[in-house]
Write a protein that binds this ligand. Structure first.
Ligand SMILES: Cc1cc2nc3c(=O)[nH]c(=O)nc-3n(C[C@H](O)[C@H](O)[C@H](O)COP(=O)(O)O)c2cc1C
Length: 328
């Protein structure tokens, strides 16, 4: 299944984003044309222990292909987590070696693994040998500017049987500061024969083109560029495969998408948690509508504090009908 993805037009993948790329968001991005959508990271150990919130993160069997991202630092938990992910219907497992968060790197997971490539390689081996589905790897350029070792990690990953690599063009010590260095991904492309995706700060079709040109990557991964715009990966994918930009959807379609998203979150998490988790998305939809800043601010204050799901849904209707004349 991964083969058809990488052998087709340039892939445009929705990034794994904890607290954002949950099942409702992935379903939307997938339906709107993203080539692949990746789950929020799931700790191998927590998956084995069947923590309820972790099990929810690992849902998505109806997505084809279904990608679960695993994080962890111990071979046995990663291997066991991978087996469970496969049993849950995953078509692809992605290993997280890119997360900079201290609670993750403090436990020597995520991008901390780039400080010890022998350990990283052992983890990759444990996952690849535990499952029969393809395994992919996501990483940063390195821990810091003095140790940009992504190319070396990619070589080792290829030797262990990893089938695709994504590189966020920042070091771990940069966190999210500065700008992504797309040309810094080129040594990874040159070091391996694997397909490579370039990631970081890709917000538009032009960014995707520039990132591919600078890195030589096969395709792109889009994270924050899909905030309030789950159609963005699909829009970029359409352009890269046809040369035609479908543009942003009409405000009517944006409204329907936002409402469908909030509805799906209420079902997925239940009313209270669903409403709470939907707030940031509502704020992002308002902002990406092109409406005047003052209008967005007024509506955000209403919709992102309401305790009443129905008010949020009808408010979205009202916002988009009032926003229409102001849209850019
Ligand atoms: C809110 C948030 C959560 C994230 N969670 C994950 C994660 O679970 N796993 C992962 O590999 N990367 C995670 N990332 C990193 C993104 O996948 C991506 O590499 C990064 O945001 C850069 O891409 P962008 O500039 O397109 O957003 C997260 C990023 C954000 C903003």
């Amino acid at each position: 299944m991964l083969k058809s993805v990488v052998n087709g037009p340039p892939p445009v993948v929705l990034a794994p984003m904890s607290g954002v790329s949950d099942l409702p968001f992935r379903r939307l991005a997938h339906r709107l044309g993203a080539t692949l959508v990746v789950s929020e990271m799931v700790a191998g150990e927590e998956l084995v222990k069947s923590r309820a919130d972790v099990l929810r993160r690992a849902e998505g069997r109806d997505l084809t292909p279904f990608v679960i991202q695993l994080a962890g630092r111990e071979e046995k938990w990663m291997a066991e987590g991978a087996r469970i992910a496969e049993a849950k219907g995953a078509d692809i497992i992605d290993i997280n070696m890119g997360c900079p968060a201290r609670e993750v790197t403090g436990k020597l997971s995520g991008s901390a693994l780039m400080r010890n490539l022998d350990h990283a390689q052992a983890l990759i081996r444990s996952v690849v040998s535990a499952v029969s589905i393809p395994v992919t790897l996501k990483m940063r350029l390195g821990w810091d500017d003095q140790t940009r070792n992504a190319a070396e990690l990619a070589r080792r990953a290829e030797a262990e049987g990893v089938q695709l690599i994504t590189v966020h063009g920042r070091t771990r010590c940069q966190f999210f500061k500065g700008t992504a260095d797309w040309s810094g991904v080129r040594p990874v492309v040159e070091a391996t024969s694997l397909p490579v995706l370039v990631n970081g700060d890709i917000l538009s079709i032009a960014d995707a083109q520039n990132a591919i040109a600078a890195s030589g990557a096969r395709g792109v991964m889009v994270g924050r560029g899909a905030y309030g715009a789950p159609w963005m990966p699909g829009r970029i994918a359409t352009f890269l495969s046809t040369g035609r930009d479908p543009g942003d959807p009409s405000l009517d379609v944006q409204r329907d998408t936002a409402i469908e998203h909030v509805d799906a979150m209420l079902i997925h998490y239940g009313r209270e948690l669903g409403l709470k988790n939907a707030r940031k998305h509502v704020g992002w939809y308002l902002a990406s509508s092109g409406a005047a800043e003052a209008t967005v601010k007024t509506w955000r204050a209403i919709l992102c504090t309401s305790l009443e799901p129905q008010r949020v849904l009808t408010g979205l209707e009202e916002f988009y009908s009032s926003a229409e004349p102001l849209a850019a």
